[in-house]
Ligand binder design. Sequence first.
Ligand SMILES: Nc1ncnc2c1ncn2[C@@H]1O[C@H](COP(=O)(O)OP(=O)(O)OP(=O)(O)O)[C@@H](O)[C@H]1O
Ligand SMILES: [Mg+2]
Length: 232
Amino acid sequence: MSEKSEKVIELTDIQKSFGKGRAKVEVLRGIDISVAAGEMLMIEGPSGCGKTTLLSILSGTLKPDSGKVVVLDNEITSSTNRGLAKFRAHHLGFAFQLFNLIPSISIWENVSVPLLIQGVKGRDAKKRAINILAEVGLDDRANLLPNRLSGGQQQRVAIARALVHEPEIIICDEPTSALDGATGEHIMTILRKLTSEKNATVVIVTHDPRIHHFADRIVHMEDGKILGSSLR
Ligand SMILES: Nc1ncnc2c1ncn2[C@@H]1O[C@H](COP(=O)(O)OP(=O)(O)OP(=O)(O)O)[C@@H](O)[C@H]1O
Ligand SMILES: [Mg+2]
């Protein structure tokens, strides 16, 4: 089997609902997805169709009601919380839709969090954080607090934090929503390079047609189901 066809993410018949009784909302209604090493998969679909919920499940931060999630040969649906936190810290990078930066610490400290969790020591962690900030064009802002940055700059900090520990799997929820066209292209070029040069696997939820040409495959979701996919 070639390296390219190795499955790093496999979701089987994922179901998830929120609420109970008459207030119950079925958000994911039988999702099957697999993603290969080195692949860039994009997921698109209307607001509220379940995209962020799906990303939370595939990154192990949310448990499905039923179905199986296998990531890098680990069945994360049956992992303990502690085991899962460690697994995530080592293998996954996640850029959230709402950025989720820690407001009370500087930009570089925010970016260094995944490294500290891995046990990388202070000076090394700072150096690596500043290097990745330079790649997204923000090393000159490294000492500022998040609220001193524009929305697009905060978004790039969130992406830098997802990449700093060089995870095998990178998950981005609307990574270009606050970026202008040129900056969005630059960020996507960085992500694309990680897939081709490091065989990283990238899963991106996006409404942004400007970045579709970067994808290997685009999956279309509606109302908690996958309606189809197109290869690029
Ligand atoms: N923790 C929760 N409790 C209750 N309902 C939730 C919860 N999380 C999500 N939902 C509901 O699940 C549905 C899907 O939400 P989700 O955030 O996955 O949508 P989305 O496709 O990412 O939308 P958007 O494009 O607007 O970000 C929505 O109807 C939302 O209200
Ligand atoms: Mg969402």
